[in-house]
Design a protein around this ligand. Structure first.
Ligand SMILES: Cc1cc2nc3c(=O)[nH]c(=O)nc-3n(C[C@H](O)[C@H](O)[C@H](O)COP(=O)(O)OP(=O)(O)OC[C@H]3O[C@@H](n4cnc5c(N)ncnc54)[C@H](O)[C@@H]3O)c2cc1C
Length: 287
């Protein structure tokens, strides 16, 4: 690898100012699990890296009533997975982080890095879109919030500007009468990235009918896929077998999956239908 300058700011203010004063050849590095592979393969060739590693202010996990979970961008996936605060308030999210790669990866990979990388074959993005999460981003121009559904723009492409730091993930509490699930299907090894991921959130009304269904497929296209017209078929209905089948079929019909080494488009369509059905069965089951 050619010589790369490494800058290690010790506060968020310093990091933001450094990024604001650099050129386009500067990249942020957090856990380095994705970036180092990209560097080695010469997919990126920055002249400068700004490491967020010393920014203790981005390492917090807390729960705020009315706001929900607030997870600092530098929290590792492993710490998020094991956090009693995450587990207590949103077990599905903790389980999702636990499904990423293996423990070695999760010990280094960060929540902010996972979302900023915007690799289509990732686990957390579809779950966080289904949970209507948002992120905070900081730059010399100030702070803004970006809903997860608007963060992902394409292959490895986000709405973040080159000098913007993703600082925090905010996951609102799910409504009391709701259930959630994330199903991950891998086609090669148990530690692999998903071939298809499926996140479901179901909010029910007092009479047991559906108030809102959110079903988001991951790893099947450039960005997470949510088919609103299919979700709306559930509104005001009980999620019975035939309705679940109808919605699962609608997802398989509407999504044009990509083909890669984890599965062809044809294969992914089949898996989308199966996982959509199973995810809806899981969130609608009475225990
Ligand atoms: C062997 C292996 C298996 C994996 N399996 C899975 C899997 O099953 N599921 C899955 O979801 N993921 C998987 N991953 C991907 C892994 O989750 C990501 O590599 C990791 O989350 C990236 O986080 P990081 O902190 O290491 O980011 P880095 O590698 O440091 O950065 C990644 C990208 O994000 C940018 N960036 C980092 N932090 C920020 C920030 N705070 N603000 C703005 N930009 C930022 C960097 O500039 C870079 O472009 C796997 C990775 C490996 C190596």
């Amino acid at each position: 690898m050619p010589n790369i300058k490494l800058l290690q700011p010790s506060s968020l203010g310093e990091a933001v100012a450094l990024l604001g004063s650099q050129n386009d050849e500067t990249k942020i590095i957090s856990g380095g699990t994705a970036l180092v592979i990209m560097l080695k393969n010469r997919l990126v060739a920055p002249s400068t890296l700004v490491s967020l590693g010393r920014l203790a202010e981005l390492r917090g996990i807390r729960h705020e009533p009315g706001t929900g979970l607030r997870i600092g961008a530098l929290v590792t996936l492993r710490d998020a997975e094991l956090s009693p605060i995450v587990r207590g308030n949103n077990p599905t999210l903790a389980e999702t982080f636990a499904k990423v790669g293996n423990v070695r990866v999760r010990n280094a990979a960060t929540v902010g890095g996972n979302l900023s990388e915007a690799d289509y074959a990732s686990d957390p993005p579809c779950v966080l879109v289904a949970m209507r999460a948002r992120v905070k981003a900081r730059s010399v121009r100030g702070e803004r919030e970006i809903p997860l559904a608007e963060l992902f723009k394409g292959f490895y492409e986000t709405a973040l500007a080159a000098d913007e730091i993703l600082t925090e993930l905010i996951v609102p509490d799910l409504a009391p009468a709701s259930r959630s699930a994330y199903l991950k299907y891998v086609s090669r090894s148990s530690e692999d990235r998903p071939c298809v991921g499926m996140a479901a959130v179901l909010e029910t009304q007092a009479d047991g009918t559906c108030k809102e269904l959110r079903l988001v497929a991951g790893a099947v296209a450039e960005i997470p896929q949510e088919i609103t017209a299919a979700e709306e078929r559930a509104h005001g209905q009980r999620l019975t077998g035939p309705l679940i089948e109808e919605i699962a079929q609608a997802y398989a019909d509407a999504i044009e999956p990509l083909s890669d080494l984890r599965g062809s488009a044809w294969y992914r369509k089949k898996i989308i239908q199966v996982l959509a059905r199973r995810a809806m069965q899981q969130v609608s089951a009475v225990h």
